[in-house]
Structure formats: C-alpha cells, structure tokens
Design a protein around this ligand. Structure first.
Ligand code: G6Q
Length: 544
C-alpha cells in the first residue's frame, strides 16, 4: 500500500538526502557534463528539464521504486478503467474519458459512457457554431458577449484557458463572474449590452450559493432591461442537475450535461468548457482535448523513469517529504498563463490538501505543498528575492515557449534569457569568494566589502524544473494541464489519500449559511463564539 511504501522507503530516501547534503548541484553539474541529458526528457516535443534538482541517478532509482511500490501503475489503470477510486464519494474518476475522442469504449456500471460524452460534445459544437456565426439570435441579434457564471471548478479552468489562448480567440467576448461579492457581477454588467449577451450558468450541482446568487442577479438585470418574455434565450446552463436548470427557466436544448464521475476541478474538458469553445471555436477546443489525450497516452504507456507526470510527482514528494520544502512555486514566463497558478492551486491543493489517508487514519507525513506563483518577469521584481535568498527553499516550475505568439523585436529573447537565468541563478548561487572578488574588482574598500559581502551571497542549490514547449497553442495547453492533473493523481497515490473529494470546503459553507440570518439582522444566535458574535455586532454598528 502507498502509505507503507513511503514509510518503508523513507530510510533509504533519507540516506540519499544525507549524501546529497554533502554535495550541491553546482558541483554535480561540473562533474557530469551529461547531467542535462540524463535528467531531462520530452513529451510531444516539449522538453521537461529536471536536472536542476538535488538528485542523482540513485535518488531517481529509489523514487521510481517508491512509485512502483506505492501502486502508481495499478491506481492509474484503475482510474482509466473507471473503477471507483474516489472512495468517500463512491465515484469513478473519468475526466480522462472526456478527451478520449478517438479512443476505446469506457465502461461504467456496465455501460459505455463514450456515446453520451460524444453527444454532449457535438451539441456544444453545434451551439458554439450557431452562436459564433450569428445563426443563434438573441434580442439584439448576434451575441457579442458571453458571461460564464460559476465558481471553483466551474470557473477557474475556463477562465485560465480562455486567457491563455487569447491569440486564438475569434468568438464573442468572454467574461467570468465567480465571486458572491456584488462587485464582480456589477463590474461585468457595466461592460456589456443586455440585448447581445449570453449568460452561461456553470454549476454541476446548480445549488452553489455564489453561482445561484449571481445567476439571479443577471436574470433580474435582464428582466429590467428587456421584455420579460425575451430573457430566456439569453441563458444556457452547464450542469448535472436538470431539475434545477429547468426551474431556473433554462431550456433543455441549451443545457449541456456532465456526470458524477467528472470532478469540478477536472471538468474543463466537457460541458464546463463551453465558454472556451465559444471563444476559440470547436476546432481549437478539439486540439485542447488532443493535447490532453497525448498526455494521457504518455502517462499510461511510458515507463515510470521517463514518465513526465510521474517524475513531476516524485520530485515533488522528494522535495516535500524528504527535503522538507513546504511550498512550490509555478512561474510561467508566458504572460497569458497569469491564471495558471490560481488554477493549479485548486487542482493541487483541493486534491491533495488532506490530513487523513483513504483509510481515514491521520497521515504520518506531510501531504500537499502550498502551490503559488505569478508570471515572470513580473515576479522577479517582487517576490523572487525570497526565492533566491530567503530562509525557506522553494522548488519552482518554470514554463516557457520557444516561439512567441507575437514577433516584437527583442521581447522574446529577453523573456527566455530571464527565464533561463533564474533557474541558473537558483542552482549556481554566488559564493562568498565570488562576491569578494567582484567587490574587490569594483574598487570598494575592504571594510565595506566585509560588511556588504554576506548580503550578496547566494546559497544556490535551489531546485527547479523547466518546461520548454514550442508555442502556447491549444494542444500544448491541453497537454500541460493534463500533465499536472496526473502529477496530482500520482502524489495522491503515494500519500495514500483520496485526491478526488473536497470535504474541507464544507464546514465554512455550512457556517456561512447559518450566519446569513444573523448578518442580515433577521435572527440572533447566542450559541456562537464571542469573536463571531462580536464581529456580527461590529458589522451592524458600522452599517448604521
Ligand atoms: C471542485 C470543487 C468545487 C466546485 C465548485 C462549484 O472540484 O468541487 O470547486 O467546482 O464548488 O460547484 P458547482 O459546479 O456545483 O457550482
């Protein structure tokens, strides 16, 4: 079992750490000119360089052994085969079926689910074409703006992808409203015309507080601006809850379904991706699926020691559990991936932010790291100081395209140079000797040099991975996302936890519902703690 695999192999891995502590990457690179060749691989032309980690061949051997002993291959096959691997919700986990466009039948409860998936995909394609061409008419004629109202898994994926693929955008303008903070919808409504707007209510359950509140506000807004009878055509729904969509007044012909075996944060590949399809068109959407399918095939068929998502996961476990690094930064040198870290935060932290294993017992080791990040080069002028010289070591993923979408003078060469320089600087650092030499050469006096030198030393030996792809196109993006999905899956298996539930979000939701009447002043509840009651009282006072 996975839990025992990590525990059983911990002494071996800790012995490797001791060995690694006696050297550093700079030395390992200078001793071995083949280090890059040894510790990099590729998938569909995308290079994955993991040579700037505190590893050697023996570390990697033990990590691959860990994956084997943890049952990574077995769990991977169970997932693809539609077995119930989400134990606490008794569900299969089959987002991979959504992109199995040319593949084998996938059977759940004795039924091949592929025909239903294809039916929804075709319906999405037909609707998208009709909207994009203007064949689908609303009160003001052709739709100019689409507003996706959803939150969490029903927002982050489509919002991130639509932004990332801006150069492929040739459909209506897409807006995303997620927050229950009225500012979100108010700012969006201010930008659009009611007569030419389509609202997509994206909610698997069609009960989510934030989404339903925003959906009602959008409907009220339309009712005020248009004739009541015309409002219906301005709505579509993405949901598993047909009763809910009908009650809201959305026609079945504009309701696109999915299934229990698609988790919210894994759902952009199907109906939840409608806003993406409207923006970039069905052909580009198919390319996204194609890229994800390539990642699936690679994950299924490549040996563990060369398997990109498995390597990503194992290096993460090495950094988290053996070297003790608590966070992981994702740093795309691709400005249009500015929501990628936010998307991965949900994918990774909602999946693997768990304190008990599948058996319900507390884990005896750390699980999911804190994931965070921002695009470079902006981050360099902000938080990279801490990454280079802070007391915590932060493993990083750098992402960069070989070809830019725009050919604008030196921009791309500068971007690439910055990206490569950061991982180099993190790895090589700068020794005290080097600092002394540099300052001496600058003519500074010896006393000042002594004072300043410690501040200018870089420890180095700080780990990073680099993904280098040809271009941020739909296929590459689909592949990248799916690789991270599988990374999260593999880590969940190694930690022996259920990556596919999210009970940790429930308590706050329930307490918020309880607090609504208190906040609105409709009820009193003295059973709450003094801080919560104090805040409610202070809120009422400030409102006066
Ligand atoms: C994702 C989670 C969560 C979910 C939202 C929205 O894996 O389940 O982020 O996507 O809570 O839920 P609905 O789609 O049901 O509105």
């Amino acid at each position: 079992m996975s839990k025992s695999a990590l525990k059983a192999l911990s002494p071996d891995l800790k012995a490797h750490k001791k060995r690694m502590d006696k050297t550093n990457m700079r030395k390992m690179f200078s001793k071995d000119e083949k280090r890059f060749a040894k510790f990099s691989t590729s998938i569909e032309g995308m290079v994955f360089d993991y040579s700037k980690n505190r590893i050697d061949a023996n570390v990697m051997k033990s990590l691959v052994k860990l994956a084997k002993q943890a049952g990574v291959e077995d769990y991977r096959d169970k997932m693809f085969a539609g077995e119930v691997i989400n134990g606490t919700e008794k569900r299969a986990v089959l987002h991979t079926a959504l992109r199995n466009t040319k593949g084998e039948p996938v059977v759940v409860d004795g039924k091949d689910i592929m025909p239903d998936i294809q039916k929804v995909l075709r319906a999405m394609g037909k609707f998208s074409n009709a909207v994009r061409s203007g064949k689908y008419q609303v009160t003001g004629g052709k739709i100019t703006d689409v507003v996706n109202i959803g939150i969490g898994g029903s927002d982050l994926g489509p919002a991130m992808v639509t932004l990332a693929l801006a150069p492929y955008h040739n459909g209506p303008n897409c807006h995303f409203v997620s927050n229950v903070d009225g500012a979100d919808i108010a700012d969006t409504l201010a930008k659009i015309e009611p007569a030419t707007t389509l609202f997509i209510i994206a909610s698997k359950t069609f009960t989510t507080q934030e989404t339903m509140t925003n959906a009602n506000t959008a409907r009220e807004w339309l009712r005020k601006k248009l004739k009541k009878k015309d409002v219906g055509v301005h709505f579509a729904a993405l949901s598993t809850n047909l009763k809910g969509t009908r009650e809201f007044g959305i026609e079945d012909s504009r309701t696109f379904g999915f299934w229990d075996w698609v988790g919210g944060r894994y759902s952009l590949w199907g109906a939840i991706g409608l806003s993406i399809m409207l923006a970039v068109g069905p052909k580009n959407f198919a390319k996204i699926l194609e890229g994800a399918q390539a990642a699936d095939t690679h994950f299924k068929e490549t040996k563990l020691s060369d398997n990109v998502p498995v390597l990503m996961a194992l290096l993460g476990v090495w950094n988290r559990n053996i070297l003790g690094f608590a966070t992981h930064a994702v740093l795309p040198y691709d400005n249009r991936l500015s929501r990628f870290a936010a998307y991965l935060q949900q994918l990774d932290m909602e999946s693997n932010g768990k304190r008990v294993g599948m058996n319900g017992k507390p884990l005896k080791y750390s699980s999911g790291a804190v994931v965070w990040g921002e695009p470079g080069t902006n981050g360099q002028h902000a938080f990279y100081q801490l990454i280079h010289q802070g007391t915590d070591v932060i493993p990083c993923d750098f992402l960069i395209a070989a070809k830019p979408q725009e050919n604008l003078g030196d921009h791309h060469a500068l971007l690439v140079a910055n990206c490569f320089a950061q991982s180099e600087a993190l790895m090589v650092g700068k020794t005290q000797d080097e600092v002394f030499k540099e300052l001496n050469a600058s003519g500074m006096d010896a006393k000042d040099i002594k004072k300043l030198a410690p501040h200018k030393v870089f420890e180095g030996n700080r780990p990073s991975n680099t993904f280098l792809y040809e271009k941020l196109d739909p296929k590459t993006l689909g592949m990248l996302i799916a690789l991270y999905e599988h990374k999260v899956h593999v880590q969940g298996v190694i930690w022996g936890l259920n990556s596919y539930d999210q009970w940790g979000v429930e308590l706050g939701k329930a307490l918020a519902n309880q607090l609504v009447p208190l906040v609105k002043g409709d009820a009193k509840d003295k059973s709450k703690d003094a801080s919560t009651l104090g805040l409610v009282d202070a809120f009422h006072l400030l409102q006066k």
